[in-house]
Design a protein around this ligand. Structure first.
Ligand SMILES: [Zn+2]
Length: 208
């Protein structure tokens, strides 16, 4: 049964219809604008993405200026037992800040950590994880400001290296160093530990 509402109600109904239509028009406009904006954004970001450097740290790490990006570094395979390493793709001058470092505080040592106090370590599986050891490194990590600085001029294509004993009291695993430096210590330990059995045997064989 059709029931005609009183005039006032019909007015309310008409106003409601008008509002619905207005909202509907507005919504469709917004959708259209959104679509246009998305297309524009997609176009802009599509073009920009090809040029925009990718941060090496994931979004869960709060962004900081001078965090490392794909514009300056690449993770590559060394093709030997060292596995993956970090290579500079641009030049750095001696003393220059190479990267601002970040990570997650944990209480134990892993392959990803840099020691910042006797009981605290920063886990950084995105940048520091790939820094190779050298007894004559091209980087030094300044713990108090969490920065990596160049100890000498670095050319594009060089592996980035630190001295593991400069920050670590105890290494997760001692190892025979092949860094090739004239100052190579041969057997790597943390700064507060003595060579293990394999290390003593190695050093005795070398007459050290
Ligand atoms: Zn060495």
């Amino acid at each position: 049964m059709v029931c005609l509402a009183p005039t006032r109600s019909r007015s309310v109904w008409l106003i409601w219809l008008c509002r619905v239509k207005t909202v509907s028009i507005r919504s469709s406009q917004q959708l259209r604008w959104s679509a246009d904006m998305n297309d524009a954004h997609r176009d802009a970001s599509g073009t920009a993405n090809e040029e925009r450097p990718t941060p090496l740290y994931p979004a869960v790490i709060p962004r900081e200026e001078h965090h490392p990006t794909s514009a300056q570094f690449e993770v590559v395979s060394t093709g030997d037992e060292r596995g993956r390493a970090l290579r500079a793709t641009v030049a750095f001058r001696q003393g220059e800040r190479v990267a601002q470092l970040s990570g997650i505080l944990i209480r134990h040592t892993t392959l990803d950590t840099i020691q910042i106090s006797p009981a605290l370590h920063v886990s950084d599986p995105w940048f520091c994880r790939f820094l190779l050891h050298s007894c004559d490194p091209n980087l030094i990590i300044e713990i108090t400001v969490m920065e990596a600085r160049a100890t000498r001029d670095i050319r594009p294509g060089e592996y980035l290296t630190i001295d593991y004993a400069a920050t670590e009291d105890v290494l997760g695993s001692q190892f025979h160093c092949h860094c090739g430096s004239p100052h190579c210590r041969g057997w790597m330990t943390g700064r507060r530990e003595k060579p293990n059995d394999a290390g003593r045997a190695f050093l005795e064989a070398r007459g050290q």
